[in-house]
Ligand binder design. Structure first.
Ligand SMILES: [Zn+2]
Length: 191
């Protein structure tokens, strides 16, 4: 009996429990990859809200958006540049992250297609003037891209469809030979 005890094979060592990833208590933007933009940097505020630097244009035209408060900027401070350069976006994000005390808010839900089309229609409508057809640029939507969450191709297709459906508010022009499409919010009717 005594000997038998010692002749037993030792029980296999218990398998160390694999490190359990703590459940994220909710998504604060730490891993969020919104459709249609590239997140270039994430900065954290002292209360763990995330400040994103993102681009909808692969390397230029940077934007900064706080997922705690509603701070966002795409305004350039550098003379000679039309868009926020990465260096300036980083500085703006750092400065904001150092001062913002807003707790993380919910990540914006991806809206359905009809909602995004309505955003576009509103944008076109509010761009109209009584003076002339106003050229509108997709770049102007950059600050809205975390809300609308669509690719540039999707937005272009939706705008072209809008021009077909409501030619009285939007027209397109295709330039030769690049096939680049330009968009014009139609002049408002004269009284
Ligand atoms: Zn903030």
């Amino acid at each position: 009996m005594f000997l038998a005890l010692f002749s037993r094979r030792p029980a296999p060592a218990p398998v160390a429990p694999s490190a359990v990833e703590p459940e994220p208590w909710f998504e604060t933007g730490e891993t969020w990859t919104p459709e249609g933009v590239t997140v270039v940097e994430r900065h954290w505020t002292q209360v763990h809200a995330v400040v994103l630097v993102y681009t909808a244009a692969q390397g230029y035209r940077h934007n900064v958006a706080c997922l705690g408060c509603h701070f966002r900027t795409s305004a350039t401070r550098r003379v000679g540049y039309d868009w926020l350069q990465l260096e300036d976006a980083t500085a703006a994000a750092t400065e904001h992250a150092n001062t913002c005390r807003a707790i993380p808010r919910d990540i914006p839900a991806r809206p359905d297609d009809d909602t995004v089309r309505e955003h576009l229609r509103t944008w076109v409508t509010t761009s109209r003037t009584r003076v002339a057809d106003e050229q509108i640029h997709l770049e102007k939507l950059d600050p809205l891209r975390l809300t609308i969450q669509r690719t540039t191709d999707w937005l272009e297709a939706a705008l072209q469809q809008l021009a077909v459906d409501q030619p009285e508010i939007l027209r397109t022009e295709t330039s030769e030979p690049s096939d680049r499409v330009s968009y014009y919010a139609r002049r408002l009717p004269q009284d």
